[in-house]
Design a protein around this ligand. Structure first.
Ligand SMILES: *Cc1c(COP(=O)(O)O)cnc(C)c1O
Length: 344
């Protein structure tokens, strides 16, 4: 039987005694890579001719949408399952998710033959729910938003003995998703600036460890104005929850800033910026029209932030974390018909 040191919860999300909140190191990322590369393909880093011309820069898209779940998070899920203590293989894992974290854990659970329960908000993206069920997870809708679902999942972990998988306070997830950064550094070591959408901050934390520390690039985090908990935590140095996180980009929805990633981002992030939901929605439409790429709102936060810089990026090598492609059908219809909230 493994014993765990208790970690006091430094943020408003419950931290179980089996959670370790030590930030992962670069050697953890290399170790994760040997696992991740056995289960997932390396993702393409593709130059965007449209954005390069628009910004007068060399702009590359890190195409995490090409992973089998359609989003980057599965790198972390696979790494966590590979390292999971034997005692949790049965009853398995429980997670809360607006969709992509749940798909990640569900996919990884299937790879390692570990049962998975996912709590989703009461009004979830139906495509994401269908995908989780396809990967074999049991899905429970609960509450009004991600944080309500999260509290339900935490309670279930306590009563049922599941291993609760937090979406950000998990060093193994951060180390796993950081493997994308190693791929970027190897392909374009000259990268000057990387834009990364931030929800709970796991992806941006991973890029700080890799693209930030190895290539000495600026890592810029991007949040929606409507879901800015991590922005405020990063800028103001606290872990206070916000009232709302009601954004078009549901992949960025969290009312609560998380301790591990806030610490890592305060250490490694060059800048955090906010973009409006209208700009994000415009960027979804633009990527569809100009690049013929179907991306979800969260992924397009990075695109919107880069476009807002205008000519400030001229001459630079810029990488955009294209984090996922799981756009709800209704939003796809609106984008195709040009019914976005913003103006072009
Ligand atoms: C989860 C998610 C994000 C935000 O990532 P964090 O690591 O939580 O900051 C961005 N884009 C997509 C598509 C996501 O699924």
């Amino acid at each position: 039987m493994t014993t765990y040191d208790t970690v006091e919860s430094p943020d408003e999300t419950t931290v179980f005694s089996y959670h370790d909140l030590e930030p992962p190191t670069l050697s953890d990322v290399y170790a994760a890579r040997s696992v991740v590369s056995r289960h997932l393909p390396e993702t393409p880093l593709v130059r965007s001719e449209f954005l390069s011309a628009e910004l007068d820069a060399d702009v590359y898209l890190k195409r995490e949408d090409t992973l089998p779940t359609g989003a980057f998070k599965v790198r972390g899920g696979v790494n966590l399952c590979a390292r999971l203590d034997e005692e949790f293989h049965d009853p398995g894992l429980v997670a809360a998710s607006t969709g992509n974290h749940g798909q990640s854990v569900a996919y990884a659970g299937r790879e390692f033959d570990i049962p998975v329960v996912v709590a989703v908000p009461g009004d979830p993206n139906p495509d994401k729910v269908a995908a989780m069920e396809r990967f074999g997870a049991e899905v429970h809708p609960h509450g009004r938003d991600y944080d309500d679902a999260r509290e339900w999942a935490e309670a279930r972990a306590r009563t049922e003995g599941y291993r609760y998988v937090h979406s950000a306070n998990e060093p193994a997830l951060v180390a796993g998703v950081a493997t994308a950064g190693l791929e970027v550094v190897e392909r374009v070591p000259e990268v000057d600036t990387l834009f990364c959408p931030v929800g709970g901050g796991s992806s941006a934390s991973g890029y700080c460890l890799t693209v930030g520390d190895i290539a000495d690039a600026d890592v810029v985090g991007v949040q929606s104005e409507n879901a800015s908990a991590m922005y405020h935590a990063w800028a103001e140095g606290h872990l206070r929850p916000r009232e709302d996180a009601d954004t078009y980009a549901e992949g960025l929805q969290s009312r609560v800033p998380f301790a591990l990633t806030t610490e890592m981002l305060r250490e490694g992030l060059s800048e955090m910026v906010l973009v409006s939901d209208d700009r994000i929605e415009d960027a979804v439409e633009t990527m569809l029209r100009e690049e013929h790429l179907l991306l979800e709102g969260a992924a397009c936060a990075a695109v919107a932030a880069a476009l807002e810089r205008g000519d400030e990026l001229a001459g630079q090598t810029v990488v955009l974390q294209v984090s996922g492609r799981n756009l709800a059908a209704s939003k796809l219809e609106a984008a195709v018909c040009g019914e976005g909230g913003g103006s072009e």
